[in-house]
Design a protein around this ligand. Structure first.
Ligand code: PMP
Length: 326
């Protein structure tokens, strides 16, 4: 779907996957006016296909567009575009457990020019790719690197938007994490470099205590972390299961201390790609610790199953999150 100033949205097309031709002075290449979303379509027990909360993706896409001075695609157009592609590609939605069709809606500037200002033309597209289970051999805890040298987002910046530039800024820290033998980066706040924000492509949850008395805490949406749809769904699913759930602030010292005295029993990351992933160990410049026993905790696995069961249609969807397409 195209957009141009004065004309609005026009020219919706469903076309075979193909390369795009880009002018060397395309504004996106120079000024990164580019936003995206990620969601999954899962095969359902009746053979149909459903996506999970696509309206939430549409709304976050609009929020990202506002922050990047881009036009807001109406929610109905966003959802209809994703639905049309899933319908066309329905044979590509895998049937096996935890496999899905990953959908990537995105929008970028198409105007040609070198002046620094918002583009007057944009192209919105959706592409799809079958995605296997995130972990080939069951759930594997990840190791994380606490980045103190680099920050992903600062107050007033674009951290709450899903824009390409945020990911560009994160790559050097991801390379540093890999050099340290870690799988993922954990980002801290820009001002004090002390408060836990989120992971490279996932939000974080901390479990304090155990059993039904556990309290589950996730960092508040400060404006510099992405409001994950999985994060939002888990606030509800954890409360449904009787856990105390809080959005709050947690520092690196709180994490290290809570780990040492046993008050923090489990930590997990959540997002569309990995659903829920246990965090097994933490490393930063000068400190290193194992989370709990380093394995996948019971509450992590309980919530993981609760969410996947809804997404794959194994359990009743009492919140009306599933969007049936086929
Ligand atoms: N944080 C970042 C930086 C991300 O890229 C993602 C993935 N979209 C998330 C968190 C998790 O968001 P969601 O649950 O909507 O996939």
């Amino acid at each position: 779907i195209r957009w141009s100033a004065g004309r609005g949205w026009y020219d919706a097309q469903l076309v075979p996957y193909a390369s795009l031709e880009i002018d060397p002075a395309n504004m996106t290449l120079h000024y990164a006016q580019s936003i995206f979303e990620g969601l999954k379509a899962y095969r359902q027990p009746d053979g149909g296909v459903a996506t999970f909360r696509p309206q939430a993706n549409a709304q976050r896409f609009q929020a990202s567009a506002r922050r990047l001075a881009m036009p807001e695609l109406p929610e109905e157009l966003f959802v209809a575009a994703v639905d049309a592609l899933v319908r066309q590609d329905q044979a590509w939605v895998p049937g096996a457990e935890e496999q899905s069709l990953y959908l990537r809606p995105f929008m970028f500037a198409t105007e040609v020019g070198l002046g620094v200002r918002p583009s007057n033309e944009f192209l919105f597209m959706v592409i799809a790719s079958p995605a296997g289970a995130y972990f080939a051999n069951g759930v594997k805890p990840v190791s994380v690197w606490l980045s103190k040298e680099y920050v992903r987002a600062a107050p007033g910046g674009t951290g709450a938007a899903k824009c390409a530039g945020n990911y560009a800024a994160s790559l050097v820290a991801q390379a540093q994490a890999a050099e340290q033998g870690c799988d993922q980066v954990v980002w801290l706040d820009a001002t004090e470099r002390r408060w836990i924000e989120e992971m490279g492509g996932m939000n974080l949850y901390f479990v304090k205590g155990s059993g039904k008395d556990a309290t589950i805490v996730t960092p508040s949406l400060t404006g510099s972390l992405l409001p994950g749809i999985t994060r939002d769904s888990l606030l509800q699913l954890a409360a449904d299961r009787g856990y105390a759930v809080e959005e709050g602030r947690l520092s690196v010292e709180d994490w290290q201390q809570g780990n040492a005295d046993g008050t923090i029993t489990e930590v997990f990351a959540c997002g569309t790609a990995a659903v829920i992933t246990p965090v097994g160990s933490v490393k930063s410049a000068g400190a290193e610790w194992t989370v709990g026993d380093g394995g996948a905790g019971p509450i992590t696995m309980e919530l993981r199953k609760a969410l996947l069961d809804i997404q794959t249609g194994a359990e009743a969807d009492t919140h009306g999150w599933q969007h049936k397409i086929v």
